[in-house]
Every structure is written in structure tokens, then in C-alpha cells.
Design a protein around this ligand. Structure first.
Ligand SMILES: Nc1ncnc2c1ncn2[C@@H]1O[C@H](COP(=O)(O)OP(=O)(O)OP(=O)(O)O)[C@@H](O)[C@H]1O
Length: 352
């Protein structure tokens, strides 16, 4: 959770901002020491090769986020998403590169991020002891609202997210999804013009998820709020985002609208075959697919040209392999297929 003091107006812009650009990132690099190397026993640290190289969590990132966009950062675990947003929110200093937010140079003035952004981080323990109502009200006060305004903002956001019944409960005594929604409420209060949301819907049920996206939509419509969303959920990314940057091993490997990215693999379809037990490799129509399949237990996933996929389905469902089949699906390509087609090496993207 991001708690800040002051108001947007208190920090004068230091950088001329291009019209419409809310956030411009250029050449952002952030490394971490690999850790283990420095702790090797002295006797083992003979050769320079003994020290593992630093981890390049962000490896030359360029981004342009426009006013009013719902812009996504999609990537599997370890892609560098959180490292990126922690720099965008002034919580981590880059090794190199520039970040300009609403005309402010956040590398030189990281403290200003708190006055410009409503941030929902992955973990939020700072307000754990407080009740939901007090957490929201306190955040509103820290964002410069006077007591009556903070209370009015608190009541409005608790009503909006249907959190009023939980208002008197301490955050630490809520379920994971309820707690996440309460933290989201604190990110909204004070109406920042930029929201940075790191996996906001983790652990939420569908009702709470819908409340989150409706609240985001209302702010975009009413105030032109810009939203940066971190996710590894491809369905969510395809459903809600205007544009998405796909991150892999600290680099942006693609950046466009979800539809434009999916068009890169439009001639393919994904065929999932789930076998009851072992795949019947004695059947030629199955054996021929094996080298093309990504195999995970009983599930085979294939990305094939459309006519090839149709022929494979016809062969399998019309022949002796059908008895061994538990389930199959043919699906149009998702952002996960785009990620893999572009050379993405992770396996952590989620389709749920
Ligand atoms: N404090 C740290 N010290 C050393 N390495 C780190 C540290 N924080 C992150 N890393 C490494 O940097 C890389 C990027 O991590 P980061 O947390 O930014 O990824 P992510 O895309 O947010 O992953 P996730 O989806 O799991 O949250 C990973 O290889 C990670 O192990």
C-alpha cells in the first residue's frame, strides 16, 4: 500500500512533457546482486567466475503510457514487473535510465511519486492493524484531504466497493480477497490521476473483480485517470487492457493493443488434448503430433496452422485414438501464444 503526504500541486514539474504522455520510461536498467556469490566461502572464491553475475531484473526498458490509458505490464514470474513498478513509484532507484511521470523526473525526485500516484503493491502490511474504515480515512488524510473530506471520501469508496459491512474489521482479520479489496480502496481514495496496480485482483472472487474493474472504469470516464496494471493473467489482460507491454527476462519483447498482438499469431490455433491415461502412441495420427506437443502430464498443447489443427481433430476424434481421449479444446490464440511465439521463455502466465 502506498501512503503519501501532500498534494499533486506541491511539486513543480521539472521536465517538459509531450502532450498526452503521462509516463515515459527510457533505457531503464535495474540489477540485483545475485546474492549467493558474495556469500561463497573465501577459499572457494578463487576465480572471478565463482561470483555469479548480477541479475538484470530490468534490462533497458522503454515505455510510453498515454493519458487515460489502461496500460498493462504482462509477464511470467520473475520477468521484472514488480521491479519496474517499484521504480515507477519511487520505491527503488534505477541503475540507469529515465522515468518521467506527469512532467516530473522521478529518478532525480523519487519522493514526488507518492504525491502523483495511487499505488497498490503486492503486499501491504503498513495498515494491517487498522480497521478498513480507518485505513481508508488515514490514507485520505495523508493525501492531503481535511477530516470532513477524508470521511466523505472514505464512505464513498466503501459504498462503491461494497465494503461498508467490513468497515469496522481490522485488515489483518479479513480473508485474502477482502483484504485485497480493502487495500484497493486505499489506492483509490484521494483520486490520484495515475493508478499503479500490481496484481490488484489476486485472490478475489468474480464479484470483487467486477467491482475493481467497474471502479477503474468510472475513474477513467469521469477523470481521465491513467492506470498501469501489472498482471500475469492473460485473460484479464485481454479483457481489460487498452495496450500491453509484454515483459520477459527484464526486457519488453512486444508492446501494442491485445488485438494487434494476437493478430501476430492469427493463422494459428491452440489445440489441447487431454488423454485418459497414456497417449496412444501406437496410433499414427497421435504419434505424428507428439514431437510438436508441449506435454504436461496427460495434457498435450499444440500450436498449429488452422487447417492442420482441424485435420488433427478429425483424425483423432474419428479414429481409434478417440477412446483414449478425455477432453479436447480448440482455441483462438491468446496473449500467452503471442508471448511464446515472440520467444518468451517463462511458463508462468495464467489463464484464469
Ligand atoms: N531483492 C532482490 N534481490 C535479488 N534479486 C531480486 C530481488 N527482487 C527481485 N529479484 C530478481 O529479479 C528478477 C525480477 O523480479 P521481479 O520481482 O521484478 O519479477 P516479477 O515479474 O514481478 O515476478 P512475480 O510475477 O513473481 O512478482 C527475478 O529474477 C528476481 O528473482
Amino acid at each position: 500500500m502506498f501512503v503519501s503526504t501532500g498534494t499533486e500541486e506541491t511539486a513543480a514539474p521539472t521536465v517538459a512533457t509531450a502532450r498526452d504522455a503521462v509516463c515515459t520510461v527510457r533505457g531503464l536498467v535495474r540489477t540485483y546482486p545475485s546474492g549467493r556469490g558474495s556469500r561463497l566461502p573465501a577459499l572457494r572464491r578463487r576465480a572471478p567466475g565463482d561470483t555469479p553475475p548480477p541479475i538484470r531484473a530490468n534490462d533497458g526498458i522503454d515505455l510510453d503510457v498515454h493519458r487515460g490509458e489502461l496500460f498493462g505490464i504482462l509477464g511470467p514470474n520473475g520477468a521484472g514487473k514488480t521491479t519496474l513498478v517499484r521504480q515507477l513509484t519511487g520505491l527503488l532507484r534505477p541503475d540507469a535510465g529515465s522515468i518521467e511521470l506527469l512532467g516530473h523526473d522521478l529518478v532525480r525526485h523519487p519522493d514526488r511519486a507518492a504525491r502523483l500516484i495511487g499505488y497498490l503493491g503486492q503486499e501491504s502490511t503498513a495498515l494491517d492493524e487498522l480497521t478498513v474504515a480507518l485505513a481508508v480515512e488515514t490514507t485520505a488524510r495523508l493525501r492531503g484531504l481535511d477530516v470532513p473530506a477524508a470521511r466523505a471520501a472514505r464512505d464513498a469508496v466503501l459504498d462503491e466497493l461494497d465494503l461498508a459491512p467490513l468497515a469496522g474489521r481490522p485488515l489483518k482479520r479479513l480473508s485474502g480477497g477482502q483484504r485485497r479489496l480493502a487495500c484497493f480502496a486505499t489506492a483509490l481514495v484521494g483520486e490520484r490521476s495515475v493508478l499503479v496496480l500490481d496484481e490488484p485482483t489476486t485472490g478475489m472472487d468474480p464479484v470483487a473483480r467486477r467491482a475493481v474493474w467497474a471502479a477503474v472504469d468510472r475513474r477513467r470516464t469521469a477523470h481521465g485517470t491513467t492506470v498501469l496494471l501489472v498482471t500475469h493473467n492473460v485473460i484479464e489482460a485481454e479483457t481489460v487492457l487498452d495496450r500491453v507491454a509484454v515483459l520477459d527476462h527484464g526486457r519488453v519483447i512486444a508492446c501494442d493493443t491485445p488485438a494487434a498482438l494476437r493478430a501476430l499469431v492469427a493463422d494459428e490455433v491452440r489445440l489441447d488434448l487431454v488423454w485418459r491415461y497414456e497417449a496412444p502412441l501406437a496410433v499414427p495420427a497421435v504419434a505424428v503430433l507428439e514431437p510438436l506437443a508441449e506435454i504436461s502430464g496427460r495434457r498435450w498443447t499444440l500450436r498449429l496452422p488452422q487447417d492442420r489443427a482441424r485435420a488433427a481433430v478429425a483424425d483423432i476424434t474419428g479414429g481409434p485414438a478417440f477412446a483414449a481421449l478425455d477432453d479436447f479444446t480448440l482455441a483462438v490464440p491468446s496473449l500467452e501464444d503471442v508471448y511464446l511465439a515472440l520467444g518468451g521463455r517463462g511458463t508462468g502466465l495464467v489463464k484464469a
